[in-house]
Ligand binder design. Structure first.
Ligand code: 4IP
Length: 150
């Protein structure tokens, strides 16, 4: 069809690194980022040596009440949440190929896991960014599931 002719392909143009580009870094770049995180992030001690891909304050609702937590998506992958006042790790949303995100609006998003749905609210309104980052991590880790029911 003429598409696979031997025309010279133009030299690749270096593109600026996207926020989510961390997933596509080579080992050396990741190690560099990790060293930066060790020196510069006060959360480093809570994430078991994993590289933080995205972090931000969210309100995590359980029952009637919500707790403000620092949510941290890391390589591994992990989704840790910590108390930003006491700077202690409170828990972790368990990763599995079944983990799914569901944005409700600009602030509220759900993280569905086999045993629990986490109700999260980004008070700054970046719920869609969270969903994108978590979904990208899921695809990057487990691939696109062929058995997804819609
Ligand atoms: C707590 O409510 C907090 O929401 C906890 O969140 C939550 O644990 C507890 O649920 C829930 O009872 P109160 O602080 O009002 O008592 P966090 O751990 O972030 O402090 P998780 O971690 O599971 O959401 P239980 O069912 O896990 O105890």
């Amino acid at each position: 069809d003429g598409q696979s002719s031997s025309t010279t392909t133009p030299a690749p143009v270096p593109r600026p690194r996207k926020r989510s580009g961390i997933l596509h870094m080579n080992d050396e770049e990741k190690q560099h980022q990790l060293n930066q995180q060790k020196c510069n992030s006060k959360w480093h001690g809570l994430v078991e040596g994993n590289l933080i891909v995205k972090q931000g304050l969210v309100d995590k609702r359980k029952g009637l009440f919500a707790r403000r937590r620092m949510l941290m998506l890391t390589m591994g992958p992990h989704l840790y949440y910590a108390d930003p006042v006491s700077m202690t790790l409170k828990g972790e949303i368990p990763w599995s190929p079944q983990l799914r995100v569901e944005p409700k609006n600009f602030r509220i998003f759900f993280v569905h896991t086999p045993n629990r749905t986490y109700y999260l609210e980004d008070p700054e309104g970046f719920a869609l960014e969270w969903c994108k980052a978590i979904e990208e991590m899921r695809v990057n880790t487990y691939g696109v599931s062929p058995t997804t029911c819609t």
